[in-house]
Design a protein around this ligand. Structure first.
Ligand code: SF4
Ligand code: SF4
Length: 124
């Protein structure tokens, strides 16, 4: 059985970073605090917010022209994570297997648009 991933993040505009609730653990916040030379509380307030519906803290978002909003650590120009070495566990684990639903959606759109660089939007 093949163990090769069926997705390629290098060819994707970074849909997963636009997911509305990207949960963070205390360890994630500690890692971000250390990375930026901040104390825990400052990092928690600056980078995360409590989501009442999810009953958990998640990464703060900022506006993104393609996605509506995306994680505050997402570089919209380069389309990559600016804190890759200390990204939260949820980011490291995603997409939890060999395939990625976002990438399947993107591949389907590119095939049907007959355009290998097509960027399908998620906020329309
Ligand atoms: S949405 Fe999937 S393919 Fe795109 S960057 Fe995230 S994990 Fe990679
Ligand atoms: S921390 Fe990095 S990988 Fe995680 S959502 Fe933000 S930009 Fe994406």
């Amino acid at each position: 059985m093949s163990t090769k991933n069926e997705y390629d993040c290098a060819k994707c505009p970074g849909y997963c970073c636009s997911y509305p609730h990207i949960e963070v653990t205390r360890e994630d916040i500690s890692g971000l605090a250390k990375h930026f030379g901040l104390d825990y509380k400052t990092a928690e307030t600056r980078f995360t917010k409590y989501d009442k519906d999810e009953k958990a803290r998640g990464l703060r978002h900022r506006k993104n022209e393609h996605f509506g909003s995306a994680c505050g650590f997402f570089d919209a120009e380069k389309r990559r994570c600016t804190v890759y070495e200390v990204r939260p566990e949820a980011c490291r684990d995603y997409p939890y297997g060999k395939s990625c639903g976002y990438y399947q959606f993107l591949s389907w759109e590119r095939k049907h648009q007959e355009n290998k660089t097509w960027i399908a939007l998620t906020n329309k």
